[in-house]
Structures are given as structure tokens and as C-alpha cells.
Design a protein around this ligand. Structure first.
Ligand code: ADP
Length: 481
């Protein structure tokens, strides 16, 4: 694992020393994981130039050649699964069992995109004119600039960068300041797999330098596409900047996922899915259940069973110990601003804390798994993404009522519901205003399926047969004959 810690940036196939550096801390114990390169505007501009030069040859490689590098890369990631998982856990406090899962998830995108690289088909179009023949081809768009978050420090790199690379694009990527080493580690394995210089460039920066790097990525004329995952607030800034040069933009932003339990649902299925959907990585994923709606006839049963499962399944402790399933939140800001203020607001407005509701006894940024009942739609926890371990329970009476409540939001990423009424399943799945819906299922993300949101949750899709579309231009050819 230590061999992946570096204070260098990866630019044009070289491990470059950078004048400044910043500390990366382990959220579990506050220890310094290492110092990372603090890139700035000038370096970002120079990196874009290198990526642009590299694009001139990478775009002409055959899909099969790109695919075989990606396949080797996939194998190397799996070979290094344990050390990559330890790195993720040290950087972002993810319990080690989940980090091992994240490495497999990250690798699955490399494998999938290696396969998709060879299937970026164009079309032949039946002609309406006897003297013309029509077709379309797909071409790589150019340099893709990327900005990624801390919650999936390996998965977000491969899901984005490998789609661009598979399509024949080159990449300039700024990882989150909390988790730069995982991104650099993935790049190191890419280099080992045979990625040519300049195809993938990683330029970490401190939070202070993030806006200036974001500015280069979103306004430089040599960047053709921007891909961002993070908060809706930052996404809107970047989308505005990208307008000046009309870049192709894809964004995965915040969610406020409804998780609906109808009275016909099988509680034996609901409870483990609620635990996984709400509490994995302590609730710090954009598809975690945010608003849990429970039909009144099963409300009390659901609450008592979920509390019992939380006490049994969520074990707080050392994040590197596989016996534990629950770690600290990413940082103090997340704890205070989001989790504590949401719980305070709910209590002030009449909600009841059934369990948790306070910082964990292990100190640091631990917060106890929390369940609150009597939540109403006006409360903060129903309107601001929680990104923490709070199960907020809202009682409802009818299907129409809950659909209206679930859709009363400016965001729409994931949504989940549990029901054994087939007709209801069709109705609700179609009516929920989200990009992804789990029907009797709380974990749905996989490389084969399109990931993305509607409304202010973003633009575009990642993974799936559509992944390369974000990084390709369709060119129509009309042949006179
Ligand atoms: P979070 O609050 O969870 O860190 P952000 O959206 O702020 O979510 O961060 C996601 C990514 O966006 C990180 O890589 C971060 O450094 C980057 N970022 C934050 N603000 C800006 C900005 N103004 N310009 C460019 N990147 C930014």
C-alpha cells in the first residue's frame, strides 16, 4: 500500500514533482496518510496541452488495441485489490470490507469498458434519395477534463476515465483533495498496463486550488468534454463555466433518494436492503436512501425491525478491521453542517430520535447510526442531502400521496420502493422522477447499467452501453453516388 503514496502528479507519462503539497488525513484516527502534490492553474494548463498532443495519436489507435490495454489494467487492479482497498480505507474512512468491494466495482468498469471499446458502432441509414448514401460514425471528442469526489476514490476514476480512454479520448483528472492517492494508484496501474504518455493525467490539488483547476478544465479551448461528480452546488458552477466554450458536459450530482415501503412489502427483504441502502459507507453515497417513507399500517413494525437490525449489523470501530462495518464520517464539516444540523432541526420541529442522534463514543468524526421518526416534508433532512447515517422516517397513507411527496424535489437520482403488488410496481416505477429505480432492491449500481439522474441530479449517464456516448461525437456522412 505504501508504494502508492506519492507527492508527485502524473502528467504526460511522468511522475512530476510539484512545488507545493498538502496533507491527506485518515478520518479514522487523524493520522497523516501522506502529502500530495498541490497542482495549480499553470500546471493544469500545461497538462491540458500534453493531453491534447497525446490525443492526436491516441484517437487513431484501433479499438482493439485500446481494449487490450484496458483488459490488462483490469487484471492489475484486481491483483492489487488488497492494497488498493487499504488505501481507500485510509484516505476516506470506508470500512475495509466495503473498500474491497469498491476495488472490485472499480475494476468491473475497466473490464466492461474494455469490451465496449470494440462496440462503438455507427449506423447505415436507409436513404430517401436514389443518388445519396447515408451513414454515421462515432469519433472520440478530444481531451476530457474530469473532477471526482472522495466517496468512491477508485470507482469514480475508472467509471469516468476508462469510458473516455475506451472511446479514444485523453484525460486530465483532478481527484478530490481528501483522496488523491487512490486516483494516482489507479493511474500507476494504467501505466503498467501500457497506457501511452499523456492519455491519462492526474493533477491533485488542495481545496484552495480546486476552483482554478476547475476553471482551466471548464474553459480551456483544448478541452472538449467535462465530466464531474460531486455536489449540485459545485456542478452548477462548472456547468456555467463550460458554457463559454460549449463543452459536452456530463454530471453526477446530489440526490435525495426516496425509499418507499408499501404495506404489501416483504419485511424480510426490506430490512436488509434498508440497512445496505441507507448505511453503507455511513450513508455517504449519492444514491443512499435519504427520505424513508413508510405506509402507516407497517410503520411501527418497520421501525422496530430496522432499529434491531441497525444494532446488530452496524459495528463501529477500526476501519481496517474486517469485523467492523461502520466508520467515521469524512470530516468535521460533514458532521457539523449536515448531520448534526439536520438532527437538531428535526428535533426542534417535533421529530423523535429512536436511536443514535449523537456523536459516536469513539470520538473523531464518528456519528452513531441514527433513526428518527415523525419526520415531516418541511424538515431539513427531507430537503438537503444528508450524506450521513440518519434514517429519517416519514409516515404516509396512500400511493398518490407518497408519489407526490417523493417527486416534490429539484433533484432525482435514485429512488427505491418495496411492494408485492405487481400493478403498483409498474405504476410507481414509471411515476418516480428519478434516473434509477430499485424495485424491491436497495443496491443497483453495476457497470452494465446506466447510472445517472434527472432534474438537478445531473446530465448524461455513466457505465452501460451508453458510457462511450459522453466522450464521442456522432458524424453523419452523406455520399453522393
Ligand atoms: P464535497 O462537498 O462533497 O467535497 P464538492 O462538489 O465540493 O463536494 O467536491 C467534489 C469535487 O469538486 C472535489 O474534487 C473538489 O475538489 C471539487 N471542487 C469543489 N469546488 C470546486 C470548484 N469551485 N471548482 C472545481 N472543482 C471544485
Amino acid at each position: 500500500m505504501e508504494s502508492f503514496i506519492t507527492d508527485k502528479a502524473y502528467i504526460n507519462g511522468k511522475w512530476e514533482s510539484v512545488a507545493d503539497s498538502f496533507e491527506v488525513l485518515n478520518p479514522y484516527n487523524g493520522e497523516v496518510v501522506g502529502r500530495a502534490a498541490d497542482c495549480d492553474k499553470a500546471l493544469a494548463e500545461a497538462t491540458v496541452k500534453h493531453a491534447h498532443v497525446a490525443f492526436q495519436s491516441w484517437k487513431n489507435t484501433c479499438a482493439k488495441a485500446r481494449s487490450s490495454i484496458l483488459k490488462k489494467w483490469f487484471e492489475l487492479i484486481l491483483k492489487n485489490q488488497k492494497s488498493l482497498a487499504e488505501l481507500i480505507t485510509k484516505e476516506n474512512g470506508k470500512p475495509i470490507k466495503e473498500s474491497i468491494g469498491e476495488v472490485a466495482y472499480a475494476a468491473s468498469f475497466v473490464e466492461w469498458l474494455a469490451e465496449e471499446a470494440k462496440r462503438n458502432y455507427g449506423t447505415t441509414i436507409p436513404t430517401p434519395h436514389p443518388n445519396k448514401r447515408l451513414m454515421s460514425i462515432k469519433q472520440p471528442i478530444g481531451v476530457a477534463g474530469m473532477i471526482t469526489p472522495w466517496n468512491f476514490p477508485a470507482g469514480m476514476i475508472t467509471r469516468k476515465a476508462c469510458a473516455a480512454i475506451a472511446a479514444g479520448c485523453t484525460v486530465v483528472l483532478k481527484p478530490a483533495e481528501d483522496t488523491p492517492f487512490s486516483a494516482l494508484a489507479i493511474a500507476k496501474l494504467g501505466e503498467e498496463a501500457g497506457l501511452p504518455a499523456g492519455v491519462l493525467n492526474i493533477i491533485p490539488s488542495s481545496r484552495e486550488h480546486a476552483p482554478e483547476i476547475g476553471n482551466v478544465i471548464c474553459t480551456h479551448p483544448d478541452v472538449a468534454a467535462v465530466s464531474f461528480t460531486g455536489s449540485t452546488a459545485t456542478g452548477k458552477i462548472l456547468l456555467g463555466l463550460a458554457a463559454s466554450t460549449v463543452k459536452k458536459v456530463s454530471m453526477e450530482l446530489g440526490g435525495l433518494a426516496p425509499f418507499i415501503v408499501f404495506d404489501s412489502a416483504d419485511m424480510n427483504k426490506v430490512i436488509p436492503n434498508a440497512i445496505a441502502c441507507k448505511f453503507r459507507y455511513m450513508g455517504q453515497t449519492c444514491v443512499c436512501a435519504n427520505r424513508i417513507f413508510v405506509q402507516e399500517s407497517v410503520h411501527d413494525e418497520f421501525v422496530s425491525k430496522l432499529v434491531a437490525a441497525m444494532k446488530k449489523e452496524l459495528i463501529l470501530g477500526d476501519t481496517l478491521d474486517p469485523a467492523n462495518s461502520f466508520g467515521p464520517l469524512i470530516n468535521e464539516k460533514a458532521l457539523e453542517k449536515v448531520v448534526e444540523s439536520q438532527v437538531e432541526d428535526a428535533i426542534k420541529n417535533g421529530a423523535t430520535v429512536v436511536c443514535g442522534g449523537k456523536r459516536g463514543s469513539l470520538g473523531g468524526t464518528f456519528y452513531e447510526p441514527t433513526l428518527i421518526t415523525g419526520v415531516t416534508p418541511a424538515m431539513k433532512c427531507c430537503n438537503e442531502e444528508t450524506f450521513g447515517p440518519i434514517a429519517a422516517i416519514i409516515k404516509f397513507k396512500t400511493e398518490d400521496e407518497v408519489i407526490a411527496l417523493a417527486n416534490d424535489s429539484r433533484v432525482g437520482l435514485a429512488g427505491y420502493f418495496f411492494s408485492n403488488d405487481v400493478a403498483q410496481c409498474w405504476r410507481v416505477a414509471e411515476k418516480l422522477e428519478v434516473g434509477m429505480v430499485g424495485i424491491n432492491e436497495g443496491l443497483m449500481s453495476t457497470a452494465e447499467a446506466p447510472f445517472g439522474g434527472v432534474k438537478e441530479s445531473g446530465l448524461g449517464r455513466e457505465g452501460s452501453q451508453f458510457a462511450l456516448d459522453e466522450f464521442t461525437e456522432m458524424k453523419y456522412m452523406c455520399w453522393g453516388v
